[in-house]
Write a protein that binds this ligand. Structure first.
Ligand code: NDP
Length: 671
C-alpha cells in the first residue's frame, strides 16, 4: 500500500492519525492512505509566507516565467511516470493526456504569456497613466503587486494534475507561493507530480507545499494576503466560503463548482449538415471522456424539437461503440468513475433525473461491466419531453457519463433553456449562422463563463467544448461558483493586489519603472542611439533640430509613394473637408522626416526598428510649417543575452510647440 505524504514546511510528512484509505477505481481494493491530523498547518502558512513568498517576490515576472517553462519541460520528460500512477483513478491513456499533458501545456502557455504580456519587472502596470491635475504635475496609475500571503488551492478529484497546474501556473507567475490540497481520492497522482516538481530543484524553497488528506483548520488561519481557491461540489464550496475567518478577513475565495453545461444544436444544423454530425460527435466525446467526470462536460443537450429523435438515434449509435473496461487496456474507450462512492452518487442523481426524463440509452444494471467491483457505469442518455416544467434536469449534476436531450421550439426557447442552468462554465452552440451566434451571445452570455461556437469552418482546429484553454476564462456565474480562472494574464491578477498610485510624473516613473510624460528628461548625454542598452536610462531624451515642410516635399512624397490622396494634392477639395485647412502633409511623410531628424546614422548599438505603437496624428501640418522631434526612453525590456527592447516615447511638435503626432517606437538595442 502506498503512503501518500504531505510536504509541509520543507519536510515530507507520512500519513498518521486520521489517515483515510484510498481504493482503486478499477478493482475497489485499497491501494493507498493519506492524511495526518498532526499536520502543522500554521507552520505551513508561515513557511509559505516567510520563505516562499520572499523568494518569489525577489524574482521578476520574466524570471518566474522562465522558471515555469523549465518546470513544465521537466514534467514533460517525466510524463510516463504520471500516466502510470493515474490508471487506478479509472482514467484511460487519453484521459491522462487531458490531465497531464493539458496541465503541462497550460503551464507552458503561462510561461510564454509571462514573458510576452508582463514586464521584466516586479510591478505590473494596469492601464495607462491618468492625468489628475490641470498641467499634468499630478497623475494616477493603477499597479498590481504580488499578495504577501499564500494561495491555498483546494482541488477536485477529477484532474489531479491539470487541476493543480492550471492554478499553480498563474499563482507562481504572480509571485505567490501555493499550498495544494488535492481531493483525497486521487491525491497519489498529485503527490507524484509535486515530488517531481520539488525534485527538479527549479522552485525556491517554500513556493510549493502539499496537503494530502484533510486540510485541518488551515482556513481558520488565512488572512487578507492569502487566496483560497476551490473546485468541487457546491455544498462544500458553500461550507468553505462561509468560514467565519474567511468572511471576517475578506479573504479572496474563488469557487468552481457544479455546472449544468449545455450544448445547443442550431436551428440551421439539420440532419445531413456537417454541423449535425459535428454536434453528435462532440456530445458523445464529452459524455465519455473521463467517464463524464469533467467540470465542463455536457449535461444538457438542446435540439430543435423536429430533430429530437434523429439526435437521440445518432448519439446512441456512437455511444454503443464505446468500449467500457479496464483503462489499461488499449481498446477501452471509457474507464471507471473515481470511486464506489462516486458511482453511488452518480446513480442516485441519474435516478433523480430519471423521474423527469426517460432513459433512452445505457442501463447500469445491464452492461458489460455491471458485475465488476470497480466503479464502472455505462453512458446514460435521457430524453426529457417537457423541459419547461422539469427542474431536476436543469439543476442536478450527475458527475459521470449522464446527459439529457431536450427539444426547443425556437431560438428564444433554446436560450431560455440554456439559462435554466442558472450559471454554467460553458455552453456550446453548433451553428453556421452568424445571427444565431449573435442572438445566443446576447441572450445567454451573461449566464455562461464561456460560449463555444463551432461549425464546418472551425471544426478542424476547434479545441472541443470541454477544453478550458489557458488563454480564455474558465469559470462561470451562479451555480458554477462565480469564480474566474485562467484567461491569460487576467488569472495572474487574481493573486495580486491592484493599487491606485497617485503622485508626480517622477514618482510614477520610479514606482512603475516606465517613464511617464512630464517626468524628468535627461537631454544632456550623447545621442541615445550611440549608447548600448545598459547605458540607457528611463527619461534619456534626444531633441532634434526642426525641419520645414515644403510643398515640393509633399508632392515628391505623393508621387514617389503613389499616395496622391486629395487632401495632399487638391487645396480646394482639402478645404471642403472639416479636418483640413487646405493641402496637408502626409502623416507618413512626417514620420519619415521624424526618423531622419532623430536617427544617428552610424553603425551602433541600435540593431533594428521593430515597430511602432499607439500612433496618433493630432494636428495637420501644411507647407511652410516646421516640425521637430523629442525621443525619450520609456521602457526597457531585456530579450536575451545579446539585446533588449527599448520603447521610445516620441512626440512631433510644430513651430508653435503644438503636438502634431505622438507614438511609441520600438527598437532592439545591443547590450
Ligand atoms: P467535494 O466538494 O467533496 O471536494 C472537493 C475538494 O474539497 C476536495 O479536495 C476535498 O477534499 C475538499 N474538501 C471537502 N471538504 C472539505 C473541508 N471541510 N475542508 C477543506 N477541504 C474540503 O467534491 P468531490 O471532489 O468529492 O466531488 C463531489 C461532487 O462535486 C461531484 O460529484 C461533482 O458533482 C462535483 N464536482 C464538480 C466539479 C466541477 O468543477 N463542476 C469538479 C469536481 C467535482 P477531500 O477529498 O479530502 O474530502
Amino acid at each position: 500500500m502506498q503512503h501518500v505524504h504531505s510536504f509541509a514546511a520543507g519536510q515530507w510528512v507520512a500519513p498518521g492519525a486520521g489517515a483515510r484509505s484510498i481504493a482503486s477505481a478499477i478493482t475497489g481494493d485499497v491501494i493507498a492512505d493519506a492524511g495526518n491530523d498532526a499536520l502543522d498547518v500554521q507552520a505551513m502558512l508561515a513557511y509559505g509566507r516567510d520563505v516562499g513568498g520572499l523568494a518569489l517576490r525577489a524574482m521578476t515576472f520574466h524570471d518566474r516565467a522562465r522558471m515555469l517553462k523549465a518546470l513544465a519541460l521537466y514534467l514533460r520528460e517525466h510524463r510516463p511516470a504520471l500516466y502510470d500512477v493515474s490508471y487506478d483513478t479509472g482514467a484511460t491513456k487519453s484521459d491522462h493526456q487531458i490531465d497531464v499533458d493539458g496541465g503541462i501545456g497550460t503551464m507552458l502557455v503561462y510561461a510564454s504569456k509571462g514573458r510576452r504580456d508582463l514586464p521584466d519587472a516586479h510591478v505590473y502596470l494596469d492601464g495607462v497613466p491618468e492625468q489628475l491635475g490641470r498641467s499634468g504635475a499630478f497623475m494616477g496609475q493603477h499597479i498590481c503587486t504580488p499578495l504577501q500571503g499564500v494561495a491555498v488551492h483546494i482541488n477536485a478529484f477529477n484532474f489531479p494534475v491539470w487541476g493543480m497546474l492550471e492554478k499553480l501556473a498563474p499563482t507562481l507567475l504572480a509571485g505567490l507561493p501555493a499550498i495544494i490540497k488535492p481531493a483525497t481520492a486521487t491525491c497519489y497522482v498529485t503527490e507524484k507530480c509535486v515530488r517531481l516538481m520539488l525534485d527538479s530543484g527549479l522552485l525556491p524553497d517554500g513556493a510549493l507545499q502539499l496537503v494530502s488528506g484533510g486540510l485541518g483548520d488551515m482556513l481558520d488561519h488565512v488572512d487578507c494576503q492569502d487566496v483560497v481557491t476551490f473546485t468541487g461540489s457546491a455544498d462544500t464550496a458553500l461550507k468553505l466560503r462561509s468560514n467565519a475567518n474567511i468572511l471576517s478577513n475578506s479573504v479572496r475565495f474563488t469557487a468552481e463548482q457544479d455546472s449544468l453545461n449545455a450544448s445547443l444544436l442550431g436551428p440551421d444544423a439539420v440532419p445531413g449538415t456537417p454541423e449535425f454530425d459535428l454536434f453528435v460527435k462532440e456530445v458523445q466525446r464529452e459524455m465519455t471522456a473521463k467517464a463524464g467526470q469533467k467540470c465542463t462536460a455536457i449535461r444538457r443537450i438542446m435540439v430543435p424539437q423536429a430533430h429530437e429523435q434523429a439526435v437521440i438515434e445518432a448519439i446512441s449509435a456512437r455511444l454503443a461503440k464505446v468500449t467500457i473496461g479496464d483503462p489499461r487496456d488499449a481498446a477501452t474507450g471509457m474507464g471507471a468513475l473515481v470511486s464506489g462512492a462516486q458511482k453511488r452518487d452518480v446513480l442516485d442523481k441519474a435516478a433523480a433525473i430519471g423521474a423527469e426524463a426517460t432513459r433512452v440509452f445505457g442501463d447500469p444494471d445491464d452492461f458489460a461491466m455491471a458485475d465488476s467491483k470497480g466503479a464502472f457505469v455505462p453512458p446514460m442518455l435521457f430524453h426529457c419531453a417537457d423541459p419547461d416544467s422539469a427542474t431536476r434536469v436543469h439543476d442536478t449534476e450527475a458527475f459521470g457519463p449522464v446527459s439529457t436531450v431536450m427539444g426547443y421550439r425556437d431560438l428564444d426557447h433554446a436560450i431560455a433553456l440554456l439559462n435554466r442552468g442558472q450559471g454554467s462554465l460553458v455552453a456550446s452552440v453548433i451553428t453556421h449562422d452568424g445571427d444565431v451566434a449573435r442572438a445566443v451571445a446576447m441572450g445567454a452570455g451573461a449566464f455562461h463563463g464561456r460560449l463555444y461556437f463551432n461549425n464546418r469552418d472551425s471544426m478542424a482546429e476547434a479545441t472541443g467544448h470541454g477544453a478550458p484553454l489557458p488563454h480564455m476564462v474558465h469559470g462561470g456565474p451562479g451555480r458554477a461558483g462565480g469564480g474566474e480562472e485562467l484567461g491569460g494574464s487576467r488569472a495572474v491578477m487574481h493573486y495580486m493586489q491592484r493599487t491606485a498610485i497617485q503622485g508626480s510624473p517622477d514618482i510614477l516613473t520610479s514606482v512603475g519603472n516606465r517613464w511617464v510624460p512630464g517626468a524628468t528628461e535627461h537631454a544632456d548625454k550623447p545621442h541615445p542611439f550611440t549608447r548600448v542598452y545598459g547605458d540607457l536610462e528611463l527619461g534619456d531624451t534626444f531633441n532634434s533640430p526642426s525641419r520645414e515642410i515644403t510643398l515640393d516635399d509633399i508632392e515628391t512624397f505623393a508621387h514617389f509613394t503613389g499616395d496622391t490622396f486629395y487632401a495632399h494634392m487638391d487645396d480646394a477639395a482639402a478645404k471642403a473637408n472639416p479636418f483640413f485647412p487646405g493641402r496637408v502633409a502626409h502623416g507618413y511623410l512626417l514620420l519619415s522626416f521624424a526618423a531622419g531628424l532623430f536617427v544617428q546614422p552610424d553603425p551602433g548599438p541600435v540593431l533594428a526598428n521593430t515597430g511602432l505603437d499607439n500612433l496618433r496624428f493630432m494636428k495637420p501640418v501644411q507647407a511652410g510649417d516646421s516640425i521637430k522631434v523629442r525621443l525619450s526612453v520609456k521602457v526597457k525590456t531585456p530579450r536575451n543575452e545579446e539585446y533588449g527592447e527599448v520603447r521610445w516615447h516620441v512626440t512631433l511638435t510644430n513651430q508653435d510647440d503644438e503636438q502634431v503626432a505622438e507614438y511609441e517606437l520600438l527598437t532592439m538595442n545591443a547590450f
